[in-house]
Structure formats: structure tokens, C-alpha cells
Design a protein around this ligand. Structure first.
Ligand code: NAD
Length: 334
């Protein structure tokens, strides 16, 4: 479908791998269910196939790239590859990526840096469309779901730790998945057009007037605001303030810091100290009714094992939307 929609084989493979890995990791919100949205943006000329990063500025280990509204999965990967090269050389890289179409699961870029043995921090905002997330105390939406990722590479004693989440209590795509499956959301995640709590995912899709709530009350709101200002204002990509363009495009701006940990501390110390601390944390006895303590990255690892053997379940509505989107590019499913 991606090739039929204009991507070369390399791009199609990168995007497809990214989407399927998101599904395999348990994040259906960022999996193949995004294809219909991408198809709409391709047809509207808001997403451009076969783009590469354009260097806007380079100053020592500081880089600014424009993604030319290309597939974010390709664009962000290229920006991270540059950051990895610089960080290997100097120990530290700072990249402001602007104007990438949806970069998908941000953990992918943390994993890309971890593959290179590097630590990374990523702050992302989401612009180009209406806001979806209400600020703390607010009754309507003013932000995107502004994700943050902090990733530590494997040591000899511990697998990598990948913390990667939206600053809203759930990613918008999870509301889409619930809506497509005819399911209600859990309590405490959404508000309706009056700012009142609701469990109906339809407020984000049919009426388009509801809002997601941020994690951690004022603290998550603060993080969402910082994502907006770090990547959108300081990184130069633009924020979700109403003076900027709003249609159906999904533009991600990302400010990333990539660190070579061996420039700070000896590898053996990092490995043994991380192992000791992680073991200590895991050993906390679970509260009544709770499962064992695990670490960020563990759920995705477990899901990959489970879904690689059982497969990825796609609800009927999402599948119908994918087939319909593919048909627009003359791709037929038997
Ligand atoms: P989530 O709420 O499932 O949280 C995921 C994070 O929490 C992971 O790091 C996971 O390992 C960790 N985690 C989960 N359970 C845990 C536990 N019991 N103990 C310790 N750690 C645990 O994720 P989300 O907020 O719904 O986000 C899903 C995905 O959506 C992410 O990959 C994010 O990057 C992506 N996203 C992308 C955009 C975008 O615009 N590109 C916007 C929002 C979200």
C-alpha cells in the first residue's frame, strides 16, 4: 500500500516495520491502524513520500533538521543517525527536528540510540491539527499528546530501559482503537464538551469536542507544556497555538539529546549500579491485588514475545478502514 501510494521500497519497508513493531510492542495506537490517516494526508498533499532530512543549521554538536513533511518514521530515523554519529565523536548531540509528519512510536528512536550504546532523551510536540489534551484545571483541549522518551542502552547485566509515554493519560490512538472496537474508555481519562468526566471515546471522534486529561495532574501538564515549548518554540518547529496552521496533518517536532554514557562514568560501574538499583526496585513487594514491579521497557519486550507467537489482533473497523484506504491507491485485498 505504501509503495502504491508513492514511497520507494526502502521507505515503505521502514514505515511498515515501524508500524508493525508498534503493534508487536502492544501499542496498537501507533501501529498499522495509522495507515488510513496517512492515506488521507497523502491524498490531501499534507504528507510527502520519499523525503529526507534537510539540514537547517549545524553548530558543533547542535543540529537543526527540517523533515519536509515526509514520513516521520524515515525522517526521525535519519535525524537520529546524525545525532548518533555526532555523539560518538563528541559525547553529546542535540538535535531539533521540525516539520516531520507523524514520527510514530517515539520509543523507536530511543531504541535506535540504545542500539548504538547511547543514552537519549526526546521531547515531542504534535501540531498541524486541533488540540486534544486539556491543561490542568482547564475544561478544553490546548495540547497534543506530547510524548517524552528517555532511553538507556543495555548493559552486560540489564536489558535496556525505555521509558516512552504520552503526557496525556492515554495516547489519542488508544481512544481511536477503543472507538473502533465499540469499547468504553476507563474512568478518569477523558472530559466532554462541558469539561465533565466521560468514558465515551466518541467525544474525541464524532463530536471532536472532548479532551484527554494529562498524567500526574499539574506535573504531567507541566511536562506537556515543556514538550510544546522545547520542541515547538526553542526547537523552532512551532507550537499548537492557534495562530499556526491547523488542518488534518500530524506534524511532530522533536528535541533530542543523545549522550555517550562512557564519557561520564566507567561502563562497569554503570552496569553494576544499574543492576543493583533495578533489582532493589523490582524487589518491592507488590501491593494487594497488584502484579510484580517491573521496569519501563519490560511490557513492550513481553508483548513482542507474546504477539510474535500469537499474532496481532486488528479489530474489524480498523481493518475495514485499512482496506478502504488501500483501495484509494488501487490496492485490493483478496
Ligand atoms: P503507555 O501508557 O502504555 O506507557 C508506556 C510506557 O510505560 C513504556 O515506557 C512502558 O514500558 C512503561 N510501562 C507500562 N507499564 C509499566 C509498568 N507496570 N511498570 C513500569 N513501566 C511501565 O503509553 P502511551 O502513553 O499510551 O504511549 C504509547 C505510545 O504512543 C508511545 O510509544 C508514544 O511514543 C506514542 N505517542 C506518539 C505520539 C506522536 O505524536 N508521535 C504522541 C503520543 C504518543
Amino acid at each position: 500500500m505504501l509503495i502504491a501510494a508513492g514511497s520507494d521500497a526502502r521507505e515503505a519497508a521502514i514505515v511498515a516495520d515501524h508500524l508493525v513493531l508498534a503493534n508487536l510492542s502492544g501499542h496498537d495506537s501507533h501501529g498499522v491502524g495509522m495507515l488510513p490517516h496517512y492515506a488521507r494526508n497523502l491524498q490531501a498533499g499534507l504528507l510527502h513520500p520519499n523525503q529526507h532530512i534537510e539540514e537547517v543549521r549545524r553548530d558543533g554538536s547542535i543540529m537543526v533538521f527540517d523533515g519536509r513533511a515526509g514520513y516521520g518514521q524515515v525522517i526521525a530515523r535519519e535525524a537520529m543517525a546524525e545525532a548518533i554519529n555526532v555523539s560518538r565523536e563528541t559525547g553529546l548531540a542535540l538535535v531539533a527536528l521540525r516539520n516531520a509528519h507523524h514520527i510514530g512510536r517515539v520509543g523507536t528512536y530511543g531504541e535506535q540510540c540504545a542500539d548504538a550504546g547511547l543514552v537519549s532523551l526526546h521531547f515531542v510536540n504534535v501540531t498541524g491539527h486541533l488540540p486534544y489534551v486539556a491543561p490542568h484545571r482547564g475544561s478544553d483541549a490546548r495540547f497534543g499528546t506530547n510524548p517524552i522518551c528517555i532511553a538507556l542502552p543495555d548493559t552486560e547485566l540489564e536489558p535496556r530501559i525505555i521509558l516512552d509515554f504520552a503526557t496525556s493519560k492515554v495516547a489519542l490512538g488508544k481512544v481511536r482503537v477503543a472507538h473502533n472496537s465499540g469499547k468504553k474508555m476507563a474512568e478518569g481519562l477523558l472530559i466532554d464538551k462541558n469539561g465533565d468526566p466521560t468514558t465515551d471515546p466518541g467525544v474525541m471522534w464524532e463530536e471532536k469536542v472532548g479532551a484527554l486529561l494529562t498524567i500526574g495532574e499539574h506535573k504531567g501538564y507541566g511536562l506537556a507544556l515543556m514538550c510544546e515549548l522545547l520542541s515547538g518554540a526553542i526547537g523552532g518547529g512551532g507550537t499548537l497555538q492557534p495562530g499556526n496552521v491547523r488542518d488534518t496533518r500530524i506534524i511532530n517536532n522533536m528535541l533530542s539529546i543523545v549522550i555517550d554514557p562512557t564519557r561520564l562514568t566507567e561502563q562497569n560501574f554503570i552496569a553494576s549500579e544499574m543492576k543493583a538499583m533495578c533489582d532493589y526496585v523490582r524487589a518491592s513487594p507488590p501491593r494487594k491485588g497488584e502484579e510484580n514491579v517491573i521496569l519501563p521497557g519490560d511490557p513492550e519486550r513481553a508483548q513482542r514475545v507474546a504477539r510474535k507467537s500469537s499474532g496481532i489482533e486488528i479489530d474489524d473497523e480498523t481493518w475495514r478502514q485499512i482496506i478502504e484506504a488501500a483501495a484509494a491507491f488501487d490496492v485490493k485485498f483478496e
